[in-house]
Write a protein that binds this ligand. Structure first.
Ligand SMILES: [Zn+2]
Length: 376
């Protein structure tokens, strides 16, 4: 079966399904809107032969776990986990200014690329496998996140749980511009720095210890963390009470991005060993949140080479690249599971008004995904 030809003749169906999903606007914070999109997706997964479990959520949209044709794969312990999400960054009503439309090779609309196209690809691939009665080598499980753009504890826990039983993970986030997969993503660390000093009258500051002065000195020293491509941004800072009082406390929140877990460890070690410059000042470091980097491992490289071979069989050349931002793939990769990300279509304008995808790549990537699910 030449899946490129197969999906080229079904391009209209792909576009139609994508239009339906984009029209069901689903900003992360609007549970009602997200749930409507989740319900639609759940019905579609059932139609393509999946056993669908909807996990109700209180604060975010409901989550979906869909298992493909569970009766068909015999006692396979080998499992592929697919990661997608239904939520977007666009508020309900955005579609009025940013309608779904096709212009030449490009398809526009809120969330069209990030990542409703990923859902369309997956539904089309499973429909093809189901219709052709194909027997995949591995059990296929799909996780549909409802709060990928903000992150949610329930989804993170679920991804970890599902990834632990999978032998590989595929994530349908958009490709890098030009179509390369995202083989490496930066990790993120959000750290709060609290400084304690001693208050005194503003007229006799020598009797106190200014937490703000200490904080300024500490911020100036953060430059030393920026080794290689590790970045540090002091996004928030605060402290003090009144202009005529020596500040007793000050705080700052840092956002650190890094390629390797080792870089994170280095940064944390330096931060935790921060020595005050003012006598009597104290520094406390708290990690507020962290996302592991998507690191290239031997196993993920092997998986990428295998994917390249499968792509070559379809006449496609598959490249790999890296990106600064995180995705759900990083959570799975953080557990050491071989992970490929950026399997979605090529396009541009993520989180921007010109968000669009390239239609030929939607067809190609759907063909590739189908072949991957069949052969991996
Ligand atoms: Zn996304």
């Amino acid at each position: 079966m030449d899946f490129r030809l197969y999906f080229r003749s079904r391009q209209g169906e792909l576009v139609h399904l994508l239009k339906q999903l984009v029209t069901l606007e689903s900003p992360t914070q609007d549970k009602k809107a997200v749930d409507a999109c989740v319900a639609f997706a759940a019905r579609e997964f059932k139609k393509v032969g999946c056993k669908v479990t909807v996990l109700p959520q209180k604060d975010v949209g409901d989550l979906i776990v869909a298992e493909f044709a569970p009766g068909r794969v015999k006692d396979a312990d080998d499992e592929i986990l697919l990661l997608t999400h239904v939520d977007t960054v666009w508020p309900v009503g955005k579609i009025v200014q940013m309608p779904f439309f096709v212009q030449g090779n490009k398809l526009y609309g809120p969330g069209v690329l990030d990542m409703k196209a990923g859902l369309v690809m997956l539904l089309a691939a499973l429909r093809a496998l189901h219709g052709l009665n194909a027997k995949p080598q591995k059990k296929i499980t799909v996780f549909v996140n409802s709060a990928e753009e903000t992150g949610s504890d329930a989804a993170t826990e679920m991804i970890r749980k599902l990834a632990r039983r999978a032998s590989l993970v595929l994530c349908l986030e958009p490709a890098l511009p030009g179509g390369a997969l995202k083989l490496e993503r930066k990790g993120r660390l959000v750290v709060r720095m609290d400084v304690k000093g001693r208050s005194a009258h503003g007229g006799t500051p020598e009797k106190g210890v200014s937490a703000i002065e200490e904080m300024v000195a500490q911020i100036a020293k953060l430059k030393r963390l920026r080794a290689g491509e590790t970045t540090v941004n002091v996004g928030l800072v605060g402290g003090g009470e009144k202009a005529n009082v020596v500040a007793e406390s000050a705080w700052a929140v840092l956002d650190v991005r890094f390629w390797r877990t080792a870089d994170r460890d280095r940064v944390l070690k330096i931060l935790r060993e921060s020595v005050p410059v003012l006598r009597g000042a104290r520094i406390k470091i708290t990690v507020e949140s962290q996302t592991p980097p998507l690191e290239k491992t031997k196993a993920s490289e092997k998986l990428f080479v295998r994917a390249q071979e499968i792509a070559a069989g379809l006449g496609l050349s598959l490249k790999g690249g890296k990106t600064g931002g995180g995705s759900d793939a990083s959570i799975a990769a953080g557990l050491g599971i071989p992970t490929l990300d950026g399997l979605g279509p090529d396009g541009d304008g993520l989180h921007a008004g010109h968000e669009h995808l390239l239609l030929p790549s939607l067809v190609e990537r759907t063909a590739l995904l189908t072949e991957l699910l069949k052969s991996l």
